[in-house]
Design a protein around this ligand. Sequence first.
Ligand code: SF4
Length: 387
Amino acid sequence: MTMLLDRSPGFGVYIHWPFCAAKCPYCDFNSHVRHQPVDQERFACAFETELATMRARTGPREVTSIFLGGGTPSLMKPQTVATVLDAVAKNWTVPDGIEVTLEANPSSVEAERFRGYRAAGVNRVSLGVQALNDKDLRFLGRLHNVEEALHAIGLAREIFPRLSFDLIYARPGQTPEAWQAELEQAIGHAADHLSLYQLTIEEGTPFHALHAAKKFAIPDNDHAADLYALTQEITSAHGLPAYEISNHARPGAESRHNLTYWRYGEYVGVGPGAHGRFVENGRRTVTIAERMPETWANLVEAKGHGVTGGEILTRSEEADEFLLMGLRLAEGIDLTRYEAFSGRGLSTARLSVLQDEGLVAPIGNARLRATPAGMIVLDAVVADLAR
Ligand code: SF4
């Protein structure tokens, strides 16, 4: 099993930059294309304001990671990134050297800003490479080609201490042989972390309509399961085993920020459409911000934040979320923490059925993990355990 640095859940700060140069046809993230330049100074001010409001809610805390996600944060000017990172440090304690990730697209224009991001305090970049062949990059609607991706990877390795990149697999017509070659090429570029997602067809996206109209087909479940198994085999053989369903890292190179989500830690979410989950007045509170960027900025300017939804979770909702997140991890869940959330242990009868079916396995006496077979049907496993 992957050796992780520590198991403390942490306190992360997530910043959402909601703009993209173009909308990818598979994407259902909160991302928007603007044909006029975005007023970055206005958004930087709004981030500062909302961060201060969040600080008033969380009280003084020590931050364990910062993540600038999107959208396309590599469309932010380095000065905008610097303003946001300074604002985080003004509001909470930010120890030297904590993980500060920025998601970037590998187009040449964006790569030019890498040195500015590093100077602003970013020490880890997550590149949206998605494919290492031009035909599939065009199919995925990406604006970069393989040459630009390789250039951005090289530059990122030079500038940032840590590098991750994303690939999407189970693409139309992708054979196991082709995926193996592409994945091995990716590993050869020496990222210490890879996020490997299967192409899924999300409702409301252009791909959903095209897929329904039979304009293309994605691999069926059996083929996709074979590609998933192959992915586990190849990454493990090259020293980047899965530490989460879709995330692979050399030991010690796991994403601290994402571990906070999966270990059911706390995080503040700032920006349009951002979600947060933190303990306030002794209860885990969910915040959900307005998704439309300009409406969000208007709200922040009027009342100090753009939060328009959320709830206080009940103990049993917390326990369910803890299971759902934690069983995604190779390290599994701490059974004592589950008991603390839910007020009871997991049903031994259900556990033993799931164990007999090979879907979960104990790690010593104190932890439980999903097996590789269990990971594939994780929602059903969690639903069964949470009953
Ligand atoms: S760049 Fe990323 S966030 Fe933007 S549209 Fe494409 S997949 Fe979505």
